[in-house]
Design a protein around this ligand. Structure first.
Ligand SMILES: [Zn+2]
Length: 366
């Protein structure tokens, strides 16, 4: 199991303001009893989750999510065929189907592949990471895994490390950043991948460039030869529309769930369970986003940050246990609606997305 839990101690106070009690809080100590004295909160929670994982079938652990991804791939042939129609309604259905399938593959698929959650074998995990991140997602698998796993997950909300500042573009006004710039994500992604390749071995650079080109060219080729697109411009435009269909919620979800929450100093970081419960937020369930992004990015983001090796379906399964446990221990279990976060980011854009975030100190738990 990843991220070895540590001993949690002490009451938690935000600088200048009491947050809620911890183990040192008399109220919590009363609830926890003798057993809690002997083990940390994270260890106790990990044991509960591990028990559920052991009791789950392969279908629950990986099968459900692999099937959703397989269904997305199966949607591609009908999507290419629908795009060959000259009737507007049928053509639009093709664009919609292609956009949906592409989003499931490149958001849910790349995220699970970056965590190695699609296979129990490490070698296959690497193959899936290259397939989903490079061929389908037009990004570098090396940079993707490093940025997401080694920085964002390992240092969630730690200033200068995993503080989500890569998502900030302070020069852009809020309306442009939130609603217009995301449409350029499909163009920016391979360019950022190229920039990240500097310093890597020639073999990695060559592989990434070949894989990204293969992914882009295969979609272009199929649009020309299966869907019958005539001009290069209309083909590229169709690719852009399909690939940008979920770019806006993609950017939104990435900033909504961390920015504006507690941020920590790299030298005085809290224990893992406090870091994740204070620095991560869940959005409510939404059938479309659940399928396209996966539970770990939407309604189980807290669970995902506490147990990043779990698949989307397993995050959903352990969610009641995790939320009950955190509530019982008087730890935060942060949730907010998409609309409320959008309103917050729109009205406090300068404070959240332009200025440097303030640091929270959870006294007694560092
Ligand atoms: Zn993740």
């Amino acid at each position: 199991m990843q991220n070895v839990p540590e001993e949690e101690e002490g009451s938690r106070r935000r600088t200048g303001e009491t947050v809620v009690g911890g183990k040192g809080d008399p109220e919590v100590r009363k609830d926890g009893g003798e057993q809690e004295e002997k083990e940390s909160l994270m260890m106790e929670l990990t044991r509960l989750v591990q028990k559920m994982v052991k009791e789950s079938s392969w279908w629950e652990r990986r099968g459900v999510d692999c099937s959703i991804l397989a269904a997305a791939f199966l949607c591609l042939p009908p999507a290419f065929l629908l795009l060959s129609s000259s009737r507007l309604l049928v053509f639009s259905a093709g664009v919609l189907l292609m956009g949906l399938a592409h989003a499931v593959i490149t958001i849910k698929g790349t995220h699970l592949a970056s965590h190695g959650s699609l296979s129990e074998s490490q070698a296959w995990g690497k193959v899936w990471a290259v397939f989903f991140i490079e061929i389908c997602g037009s990004f570098s698998a090396r940079a993707g895994v490093h940025g997401h796993i080694k920085m964002h997950h390992a240092h969630t909300n730690v200033i200068g490390l995993g503080d989500s500042s890569v998502w900030k573009v302070p020069c852009l006004p809020r309306t442009v950043y939130l609603f217009i710039a995301p449409l350029a994500v499909p163009i920016i992604t391979p360019l950022v991948a190229l920039a990240h390749l500097r310093g890597h071995s020639a073999a990695v650079v060559l592989r990434t460039m070949l894989m990204v080109s293969l992914g882009l060219y295969s979609q272009y080729w199929l649009l020309v030869h299966v869907s019958g697109f005539q001009s290069p411009l209309s083909t590229l435009l169709c690719m852009l529309v399909c690939r940008a269909m979920f770019s806006m919620p993609y950017i939104h979800v990435n900033i909504f769930q961390h920015i504006g929450l507690d941020m920590f100093s790299p030298t005085r970081r809290p224990k893992r369970i406090y870091q994740m419960t204070h620095g991560v937020l869940n959005l409510p369930r939404n059938p479309l986003l659940d399928w396209v992004f996966g539970h770990s990015l939407i309604n189980c983001h807290v669970e995902h940050h506490l147990f990043p090796f779990l698949s989307d379906n397993m995050c959903l399964k352990v969610k009641p246990v995790v939320s009950r446990y955190l509530t019982e221990k008087k730890l935060p279990y942060q949730q907010d609606s998409y609309r409320s976060r959008l309103r917050l980011f729109f009205h406090r854009y300068q404070e959240l997305m332009v200025f440097a975030p303030p640091i929270t100190e959870l006294v007694g738990v560092q």
